[in-house]
Design a binder for this molecule. Sequence first.
Ligand code: GTP
Ligand code: ZN
Length: 199
Amino acid sequence: MSPYTNLEEYNIEIANDVKKSYSKIIDELGEDVNREGLEKTPERAAKAMMFLTQGYKQDAVEILKSAMFAESYDEMVIIKDIELYSLCEHHLLPFFGKAHVAYIPNGHIVGLSKIPRVVDVFARRLQVQERLTHDILECINNTLKPKGVAVVIEAAHMCMMMRGVQKQNSVTTTSGFRGQFEKIETRNEFLKLISSNLS
Ligand SMILES: Nc1nc2c(ncn2[C@@H]2O[C@H](COP(=O)(O)OP(=O)(O)OP(=O)(O)O)[C@@H](O)[C@H]2O)c(=O)[nH]1
Ligand SMILES: [Zn+2]
């Protein structure tokens, strides 16, 4: 079975329940859900929410395993500036930014595109930034079993921008390091490379 899913594969009953729930919310807010502009909104919103949480239906381990290749290269591999969009589990509002991921192969490399795919699988769930960081880190560490893995996420949280404290420019950084990245020199090399435009 494919580790990826498409919207069409979603359980139609769940999609209909989500649609009905959105209809109720719009009604509770005092709007007319039958007016032209809103008529199709519950369905659109249900599709959008199911797209944004499709990660629950995807298997990040299978994605990595589908493209692991035996290779003796054992230098740092960095995929930086991977854009991500997630939903904060407290307010169901987006948080978004960039992930920087590195690993040091231990006999196997992985298809480069699989790293951003793994980021998306865990981002497309209800998350907190800290758990998202660890989910990505542990998945790569346990599946690829590299000599080291590092994940840094920089993100802005709409729940801190549009409402609440209303801070427009604060960025939250989270990080996790395993194996050789626990050594300060390796970690510093990674941090230097992700802050450079030449890496
Ligand atoms: N640690 C962490 N906190 C988050 C994340 N996303 C949102 N939050 C925080 O979750 C907290 C929820 O706190 P509550 O006091 O229960 O909620 P609230 O009354 O809406 O809080 P305010 O946002 O301060 O108005 C807030 O401080 C949010 O900023 C995240 O990814 N990680
Ligand atoms: Zn929030």
